[in-house]
Ligand binder design. Sequence first.
Ligand code: BTN
Length: 245
Amino acid sequence: IGKKLIYLPSCHSTNDIAAELVLNGLAEEGTVVITDNQVGGRGQRGTKWLSEPSQNLTFSVILRPKFLPVAEQFLISQMVALAIYDYFSFYTNQVKIKWPNDIYISSKKVSGTLIENAVQGYGISSSIVGIGININQTRFETARSTSLAEALGTTLNLQSEFEKLGGLLDAGYLRLKTMKQNQVIRDLYLKGLHGYQNSVKFNYLNERVAGVVTGIENSGRLLVKLEGKEGIYDFGLKEIEWVWD
Ligand code: BTN
């Protein structure tokens, strides 16, 4: 990952540039598009990803996981979340994965991932893994965001942080592609997951209730057992959401 690196001083969204490369047949596996100033960063569910110029890591990795059946595509999310989780765990033990693939330090978001897969037949022909990691930024639009520098009280070198992360992503992808350690990836992801086998608060139909994450289906659906309610709830549903205290 990153042997072919495309650096852009400024761009709209690295995921969009990566998608163009894929469309034009110019995207070998492992190609990385990275920028210092992403002005139209996209987040999950149509949100925006804001990142101060030259403070953070914003990049997209192009993968070609043709070996992975569509039904197993959540493994890419899990592998990537795990690599970023491991990266932060090197610095602090306050790290949690928030389903599906956000990373939090001390209940504040420090990283987000936007994965866009293209399907061909039963396999995945390309996966654009867009990663935004707050490294040195200190002012945020919301109180729910943080950066590694804020958590540690010291700034970091972007280049060397990118290299560390690249190494972890490489190792994670190898685990998936060559070693076929699908179950290992799933188990390690669960270990880092906020609320797994551990009571946390949810908003359920505008009511605050305690609940426990009981597992994740291979499709990626999160399963939650709410206190005092019968049955397992599927987190894909609108009526249930996280609450952070
Ligand atoms: C989220 O938390 O909702 C996902 C944020 C993903 C942001 C990254 S930054 C690099 C890549 N390019 C984008 O436009 N988005 C992703």
